[in-house]
Design a protein around this ligand. Structure first.
Ligand code: SF4
Length: 154
């Protein structure tokens, strides 16, 4: 079994209430071959919610305490992001999941690129809060850009 960002499997849990569905990934979930997780929903943030970005670094820096997650209304949502990531990690570990396909560029799920914290659409290299935590615990992280590799490793 693999993990998948819920929004990639058709769940409307994105900040704007939308989804980023990839049919093949939705099918894996429907067939019981994948566990869907949304760290932000697990952190008890509402859907829809204000867009959020990491200020001062990336997800690894959030865990180090040197970066924060802020939303467009100026709310500090760092603790909700961390709590949701920790809950997601527990769920993955309970199922023995060692690889996950996460939505690229999300402040939670990005694995190569995230937005730079200026809310101006600029992207920088970096990982999201949940992706950083999963990697720190030995979970291999893929994205919608290389997900076939995760599935073929099954
Ligand atoms: S936190 Fe991850 S799973 Fe949830 S909507 Fe954002 S990108 Fe998708």
């Amino acid at each position: 079994m693999i993990g998948i960002s819920a929004c990639l499997a058709g769940i409307c849990c994105r900040y704007d209430g939308g989804t980023q569905k990839i049919s093949e990934l939705a099918e894996l979930a429907a067939n019981g071959q994948a566990r869907l997780i949304c760290p932000e929903v697990l952190g008890e943030l509402p859907t829809p919610r204000n867009p959020a970005e990491i200020l001062g670094g990336d997800g690894s820096d959030v865990w180090n305490g040197t970066a924060r997650v802020m939303d467009t209304a100026g709310n500090d949502v760092t603790e909700a992001f961390k709590a949701g990531a920790l809950k997601a990690l527990t769920q993955l570990q309970e199922l023995g999941i060692d690889r996950i396909i996460l939505k690229e560029r999300s402040p939670s799920c990005g694995s190569r690129m995230i937005y730079d914290g200026s809310f101006s659409g600029n992207k920088v290299a970096g990982v999201g809060v949940a992706a950083a935590l999963f990697q720190q615990h030995g979970i291999r992280v893929f994205s919608e850009e290389n997900w076939r590799q995760a599935v073929s490793d099954n």
